[in-house]
Design a protein around this ligand. Structure first.
Ligand code: GLN
Length: 535
C-alpha cells in the first residue's frame, strides 16, 4: 500500500487569514507536478455537519457530488484543484464525537474508559488516514479550522503530533499561517503575535516546517528573517503572504517562493516539475483592466458575500471570459415587495439578475416580482434552484392565469389550490440517507433543441442538488403549450431539472446548483450564457 504524505495547515494569531486558500494553493501546486492530491477540512465546532448552520454565521453550504453538505472552504479546494472532493474530506468535532459515543453505546469499547486522547484523537486520525487511503492519494493537505490556542482545536493539534510520531517526519509536514499586524503609528509590521502562536503550537508538540505570513503591506526581507530566527524555521521556508487582488494569484506567488520544491524536499517526493502554465494564462485575464458589468443578486442574505460565495465567484469567472469585471448589486426582495422605488430602480439598471437558492418564505413575493420584471422586460434571468421555482411561479400566476399558484413550501396556511411546486412523497425513498432532501450529483438529460443544450454543448449532464420541492408534473402540458419549455429532466423523465422561457433572450432556471461546478478558468455554461446575454 502506498504511503501517503500529510500536510497539515494550521492558523495562528486570528481567524479569517485564508488558511483554506493556503491549503488549496499548496494542493494546486503539488497537483501541477502530477501528484494525486486532495484537501481535507477538520472543523473544531460541535455541529455534526454544516448543512443546518446559519448562512449568517457560516456562509454558504457547499454541496459535494456525493451529497455531502460542507463548509465553503471545500468550495475553494475544488475551485483550486479541480478535483471533486468527497465527504471523506470533511470532519467536524461533532461528527467525531457522535461516532465515538455511538460506538460506546454499542459496547464496542468493552467498558474501557473513553478519553479525548487516545479515542477522540484516534478517531480523527483514522478519518484522515482513511481519506488518504480510499482516495489513493500521494498527498493529502489537511486544513485545521480555527486558531491555534482555541480550546476546541486542541485534539486536532494532538493528531498532528501523533501522526508525525506514527508516520515519521518525512511523511508529515506542518504549515502554519499567521498574521503580521501593521501598526500605523510606528509604521511597522509586528512579529510578536506570530512568535507567540508558534510557541503555542510547540506546546502541543508541533514545530512548523513552513510558515505563511499574512500582511496587508509588503513584508521586508529582514522581518521574514526575524520570524524564521524566533520561530526556528529556515528563512527560505518563511513565505510572505501579502494581500493580493485575486486569490487565484496565490498558487503562483507561493511557487515563486518555491513552495512546491520546499515540500518536495522535506517530504522526499523526488525531483518534481511544477507546471503552473494554466494558472499563469488564467490569471492574466483575471487581473487585466476591464469594464464593469453589474449583475443583480436577489437573495435573502443581502450584502453577505459568503452566503453566496460560489454564485458570486461563478458570475465573476464568466465575466472574466467576456472581459468584464462583474460587480454584484444586491437586490432586497422584501423591499421589492414593498415597492421601494430605489430598489425597483435597480431592476432597470442591472444588466441581468440571478435569483439564487434559498429556503423559507421571506422575500418570496418580491422574488416573483423580480422574475416577472425580467420576463416582461427581456432582462436576462438565471434562476438557481429556488430561483427556478420562482420562475415557474411567476409564469403560472402572470402568464397562465393560475393566480394562486404557489410552492407547497411557502403555503403554510394551505390557501393555494395550485401547488405548481410541490413535494413528491415517493421521492423520499429514493433520496440518499433517508432524508427528505435531494442531495448531491444526479444526471440530467437536456432537450437537444433547448438553449441550455446549446450552452452545454451536450445533452447529458450531471449537476449537484440540494432541494426538497419539485416542479409539479400535472402542470407540465399547460406550461409547455404556452412557451415555457421543460429543457431538462431526470433520465426517467419524472423530475423537471431545467426550464426556459422560450420567447426571451435568456430566462433559464435550473433545479440544481451550477455554481458548485464553476472553475476560475472554466466558467459554467449557464453562467457563461447568462453573462453573454447580460452584455
Ligand atoms: N427551498 C427550495 C426546495 O427545498 C429550494 C432549495 C434551494 O434553493 N436550494 O426545494
Amino acid at each position: 500500500m502506498k504511503q501517503s504524505k500529510f500536510i497539515f495547515v494550521t492558523g495562528g494569531v486570528c481567524s479569517s487569514l485564508g488558511k483554506g486558500i493556503v491549503a488549496a494553493s499548496t494542493a494546486a501546486i503539488l497537483k501541477s507536478a502530477g501528484l494525486k492530491v486532495s484537501v481535507m477540512k477538520l472543523d473544531p465546532y460541535l455541529n455534526v455537519d454544516p448543512g443546518t448552520m446559519s448562512p449568517f454565521q457560516h456562509g454558504e453550504v457547499f454541496v459535494l457530488d456525493d451529497g455531502g453538505e460542507t463548509d465553503l472552504d471545500l468550495g475553494h479546494y475544488e475551485r483550486f484543484i479541480d478535483v471533486p472532493i468527497t465527504t471523506l474530506c470533511t470532519v467536524t468535532t461533532g461528527k467525531v464525537y457522535s461516532e465515538v459515543l455511538e460506538e460506546e453505546r454499542e459496547g464496542r469499547y468493552l467498558g474501557g474508559t473513553i478519553q479525548i486522547v487516545p479515542h477522540i484523537t484516534g478517531k480523527i486520525q483514522q478519518k484522515v488516514e482513511k481519506a488518504a487511503r480510499d482516495l489513493d492519494l500521494d498527498v493529502l493537505v489537511v486544513e485545521i479550522g480555527g486558531t491555534v490556542g482555541d480550546i476546541e482545536g486542541e485534539p486536532f493539534l494532538e493528531v498532528i503530533r501523533e501522526m508525525r510520531n506514527k508516520h515519521g517526519n518525512k511523511n508529515v509536514l506542518c504549515q502554519h499561517t499567521t498574521l503580521l499586524p501593521y501598526l500605523a503609528a510606528s509604521k511597522e509590521l509586528k512579529t510578536k503575535p506570530t512568535q507567540l502562536s508558534v510557541k503555542e503550537l510547540r506546546r502541543s508538540g508541533i514545530h512548523p516546517d513552513i510558515m505563511f505570513c499574512r500582511a496587508d503591506v509588503e513584508i521586508p526581507e529582514k522581518l521574514l528573517e526575524k520570524v524564521g530566527f524566533f520561530c526556528d524555521v529556515p528563512t527560505e521556508a518563511v513565505l510572505p503572504a501579502e494581500t493580493v487582488k485575486s486569490i487565484y494569484e496565490i498558487p503562483l506567488k507561493f511557487q515563486k517562493y518555491n513552495l512546491g520544491n520546499l515540500i518536495a524536499e522535506r517530504l522526499e517526493l523526488g525531483d518534481l516539475k511544477f507546471d503552473l502554465a494554466e494558472w499563469e494564462s488564467g490569471i492574466e485575464s483575471i487581473l487585466s483592466e476591464k469594464e464593469e458589468l453589474v449583475i443583480g443578486l436577489a437573495g435573502k442574505y443581502n450584502e453577505l458575500d459568503d452566503a453566496y460565495l460560489s454564485v458570486i465567484e461563478s458570475a465573476k469567472f464568466a465575466g472574466y471570459k467576456h472581459d468584464r469585471a462583474v460587480r454584484i448589486e444586491w437586490i432586497d426582495t422584501e423591499k421589492i415587495e414593498a415597492e421601494d422605488p430605489k430598489e425597483l430602480k435597480k431592476l432597470e439598471t442591472v444588466a441581468g439578475i440571478v435569483v439564487p437558492g434559498g429556503f423559507g418564505n421571506r422575500g418570496i413575493e418580491g422574488k416573483i416580482k423580480v422574475a416577472q420584471y425580467c420576463r416582461e422586460n427581456n432582462k436576462p434571468y438565471l434562476g438557481l434552484c429556488l430561483g427556478s421555482q420562482i420562475m415557474a411561479l411567476d409564469y403560472a400566476r402572470n402568464v397562465l392565469g393560475i393566480t394562486d399558484a404557489d410552492s407547497e413550501e411557502f403555503d403554510d396556511t394551505g390557501k393555494s389550490k395550485n401547488h405548481v411546486i410541490h413535494f413528491i412523497p415517493e421521492q423520499r425513498d429514493i433520496r440518499r440517507k433517508g432524508g427528505t432532501m435531494r442531495l448531491g450529483a444526479y444526471p440530467c438529460v437536456l432537450d437537444k433543441d433547448s438553449k441550455s443544450a446549446k450552452l452545454y454543448g451536450k445533452t447529458e449532464i450531471s449537476e449537484r442538488h440540494r432541494h426538497r420541492y419539485e416542479f409539479n408534473n400535472s402542470y407540465r402540458e399547460q406550461f409547455e403549450s404556452s412557451g415555457f419549455k421543460i429543457a431538462g429532466e431526470s433520465p426517467d423523465g419524472q423530475l423537471v431539472e431545467v426550464v426556459e422561457v422560450v420567447d426571451h433572450p435568456f430566462m433559464i432556471g435550473c433545479q440544481y446548483h451550477p455554481e458548485f461546478l464553476s472553475r476560475p478558468f472554466r466558467p459554467h455554461p449557464l453562467f457563461d450564457g447568462f453573462i453573454q446575454a447580460s452584455l
